[in-house]
Design a protein around this ligand. Structure first.
Ligand code: GSH
Length: 215
C-alpha cells in the first residue's frame, strides 16, 4: 500500500497510527502542504478533495477520508481490533472519534487558517486564539465524555481504539499551538500513555520520512 501523507498533518497521523497498530506495511509518498503540493494536478487526480491522507491499495484503488479508510482497514484486517466488540462500545468510540473529526479538526486545517489570513488579515496571534478556541471547546466536551463511563489507559478501556487514533494527533496539534492542557487531565494522561506505545511512536510526526531533518 502507498500512503499519501504529510508528517505534521493530523489526519495523516491518525491513519499512520491505525496502520501501525494493525502491523500493516506501506510506502510513504510525501505531499508537502507548505508547498501546496496537494493542489498539484497529479495529486488532484488521486484525491479530488486535495487533502491528505489518501491510501492507494496494492491493486491501485485509492481510498480517501481518514475515518472511512480506518473503517475499511478494520473490516479487511480485523486483528487487532480498533473497535470494541459491543454495539454500545462501538457507538462510544465512534462518538469520541467524530468529536475530533467533525467538531475540532475542520476548523483548524491549513485551508481555513490561510483563508483567515487572506480574507481577514488575521495575525499569528489571532490565528492561535482561533485554534485555541475550537480545540478547548472540543477538549472540554471530550474530557467529560471520557469520564462516563470511566475510561482506562486509553479512551475506551486499556487497548487503543479508533478514538485514540483521532485524539492523539489532535493533542499533538494543541501542543503545537500552545493550547493549555491543564484543564484536560484525562486527555493528557491518555496522550502520555499512548506516546510510549510503539505504534504511536512509529506514526508520530517526528519519525516520518518527510520529517524535516530526516533523510
Ligand atoms: N476529513 C478529512 C480531513 C483531511 C484534511 O483536512 N487534511 C488536511 C491535513 S490534516 C489537509 O490536507 N489540508 C490541506 C488544506 O487544508 O489545504 C480526513 O479525515 O481525511
Amino acid at each position: 500500500m502507498k500512503l499519501y501523507s504529510y508528517y505534521r498533518s493530523s489526519a495523516s497521523y491518525r491513519l499512520r497510527i491505525a496502520l501501525a497498530l494493525k502491523g500493516l506495511p506501506y510506502d510513504t509518498e510525501p505531499i508537502n502542504l507548505l508547498k501546496r503540493e496537494e493542489h498539484e494536478a497529479t495529486y488532484r487526480a488521486i484525491n479530488p478533495q486535495m487533502l491528505v491522507p489518501s491510501l492507494a491499495l496494492d491493486d491501485g484503488t485509492v481510498l480517501t477520508q481518514s475515518l472511512s479508510i480506518m473503517e475499511y482497514l478494520e473490516e479487511v484486517y480485523p486483528n487487532p481490533p480498533l473497535l470494541p466488540a459491543d454495539s454500545l462500545g462501538r457507538a462510544r468510540v465512534r462518538a469520541l472519534a467524530l468529536a475530533v473529526a467533525c467538531e475540532i479538526h475542520p476548523l483548524n486545517v491549513p485551508r481555513v487558517l490561510n483563508h483567515l489570513v487572506a480574507e481577514f488579515s488575521c495575525t499569528d496571534e489571532a490565528k492561535n486564539r482561533w485554534m485555541a478556541r475550537w480545540i478547548s471547546e472540543g477538549f472540554a466536551a471530550i474530557e467529560t465524555l471520557l469520564a462516563h463511563p470511566a475510561t482506562g489507559a486509553f479512551c475506551h478501556g486499556n487497548m487503543p481504539t479508533l478514538a485514540d487514533c483521532l485524539l492523539i494527533p489532535q493533542v499533538f496539534n494543541a501542543l503545537r499551538f500552545q493550547v493549555a492542557m491543564d484543564p484536560y487531565p484525562a486527555i493528557r494522561r491518555i496522550y502520555d500513555h499512548a506516546l510510549a506505545h510503539p505504534a504511536f511512536l512509529a506514526a508520530s510526526p517526528e519519525n516520518q520520512p518527510d520529517t524535516p531533518g530526516k533523510s
